[in-house]
Design a binder for this molecule. Structure first.
Ligand code: ADP
Ligand code: MG
Length: 474
């Protein structure tokens, strides 16, 4: 009897012409049940039915051309169940259960729910990771490619002509063409790859400095350890974006990133100064007063050039060094100094009021930290604060220089600032106690007061420069 009912029901359905929809409701349908065009049919009512034959349940969907309530209202039986609805495609996502048939298991829908939450979350996570990775890649590329690209014929030409030039030729050409502060990327790379390393001349906290030879000329090659990648980025970025040619700033030649023995090597190539750092120089040399002044003056000149913003096409932003100390100052053959190691520098432009702090996790040298850094009161959003910390450090460097200056036939051994108040590798807390809590400053030797040059601070150009810039120590 049931089979007959289904048969007549199907007959009704099948009488609806396929091509001309006589009804006004669109339903989902199965091809083998009744006229179904691309899984849709037209009728007055949509249905979902389920039959069990030989133990196997089959679900079907389709349209009813007439409202046949008896079928639709049939209570679910063991072999047959049907459910109807009357809006467009209302049977698309519905199903019907036979009598005694259980609801789909809960865990399955829970799994679906979990999947629905987890999959987008995972996708989002992958997307975020990818964007960070891309950003880092982009930063790396931006530095390497800069405004020159491999297709630039002019630069290709310059790179091929490197072979005939001296370093001075190359650097002068760079200055006169006004191409910015650094040599074109390809020239930098070509120079870097023609250098022969000769001897290691210095070890900083973050890598080694070698004397190298390029076309018979000495150059200094700073090889950064991979954990200090950020300092290489920063120094490269600053030297390449800013016109920093100044007698008292270490002269930049090239920057290069290569892959050697499957690890990345980061090089920064600069002028070589055989006297080494001021720290090294003061260990082995005593000074007369004119040399003391010459060293001190040249450092403040370099620092001033860093600190001031220069406007115009050949201009530069203001830069604060943030790690000034005798080890980061080099002594040239003419006994003037130049400031090195810009790995921690910050830049500021007045126009845009943009403070570029970079993203180097490295911090300055504890022994040279200003009180406001040690007691964490420094206004890190204000560029002036960074300049002031440089002047504090400069004061300590002056103290180191003056101890080694012979006055009235007396001179002291070299000692680092606060040598008599903190241990040899002082901690942040050691420094904080001495500088902030006890408010100690290095003591100035009495003999200096008897000499007219160091004593007469306001008549000295370097003293007045410093006084203008900051009141620390003076
Ligand atoms: P770090 O960032 O590792 O501190 P620095 O640039 O301060 O590296 O250099 C470390 C040391 O290498 C300096 O203290 C100095 O002795 C030596 N040095 C650095 N640059 C030069 C150079 N251009 N010429 C000669 N010696 C240098
Ligand atoms: Mg250094």
């Amino acid at each position: 009897m049931l089979q007959g009912a289904i048969g007549s029901f199907l007959l009704v359905v099948l009488t609806v012409p396929r091509s001309v929809p006589a009804e006004n409701l669109m339903c989902a349908c199965d091809d083998h049940v009744h006229p179904c065009d691309h899984a849709t049919c037209w009728g007055k009512v949509c249905f979902v039915s389920k039959t069990r034959e030989n133990g196997k349940a089959t679900q079907r969907k389709g349209c009813l051309s007439d409202n046949i309530p008896e079928y639709c209202l049939t209570e679910p039986m063991e072999e047959y169940a049907m459910s109807c609805c009357s809006s467009n495609m209302c049977n698309e996502n519905t199903s019907v259960l036979l009598k005694g048939q259980e609801q789909p298991e809960e865990p399955a829908s829970l799994t679906n729910l979990l999947l629905m939450i987890l999959v987008p979350l995972l996708a989002l996570l992958v997307l975020i990771t990818l964007s960070f990775w891309k950003l880092a890649q982009h930063r790396r590329k931006r530095l390497l490619i800069r405004h020159d690209d491999l297709g630039d014929a002019d630069n290709m030409l310059k790179a091929s002509m490197v072979g005939d030039s001296t370093l001075e030729d190359l650097l002068n050409e760079d200055c006169t063409t006004g191409s910015g502060s650094g040599l074109p990327f390809l020239v930098q790379r070509t120079v870097a790859r023609q250098i022969t390393l000769v001897e290691c001349v210095g070890k900083g906290r973050y890598g080694e400095v070698w004397r190298g030879v390029w076309h018979g000329e000495n150059v200094a090659v700073k090889i950064f350890s991979s954990r200090d990648e950020q300092s290489w980025f920063r120094e490269t970025e600053i030297y390449n974006t800013v016109l920093l040619r100044h007698d008292n700033i270490l002269g930049f030649i090239a920057s290069d990133m290569t892959s050697r023995n499957s690890s990345t090597q980061l090089w920064l190539i600069t002028h070589y100064h055989e006297n080494g750092s001021l720290y090294d120089y003061l260990q082995r040399t005593v000074l007369d007063t004119p040399t003391c002044l010459r060293l001190a003056c040249s450092i403040i000149c370099g620092l001033l050039h860093l600190h001031v913003e220069i406007f115009g096409t050949q201009g530069k932003p203001a830069i604060a060094h943030r790690d000034l100390k005798s080890r980061n100052i080099l002594v040239k053959n003419n006994l003037e100094c130049c400031i090195a190691d810009l790995g921690l520098a910050v830049m500021h432009s007045q126009g845009s009021d943009y403070l570029d702090i970079g993203n180097n996790p490295r911090v300055g040298t504890k022994r040279y930290m200003a009180p406001e850094v040690l007691d964490e009161q420094i206004r890190t959003d204000c560029f002036e604060s960074y300049k002031q910390t440089d002047i504090w450090a400069y004061g300590l460097v002056l103290w180191e220089i003056t101890r080694r200056t012979v006055v009235n036939g007396i001179v002291e051994d070299y000692r680092p600032p606060f040598f008599d108040m903190v241990p040899s590798d002082p901690s942040f807390e050691d420094m904080k106690k001495v500088v902030c809590t006890d408010q100690q400053t290095p003591s100035v030797p009495n003999r200096l007061y008897s000499d007219s040059v160091p004593r007469c601070k306001h008549k000295n150009p370097f003293m007045s420069c410093a006084t203008k810039m900051h009141s620390h120590l003076w």
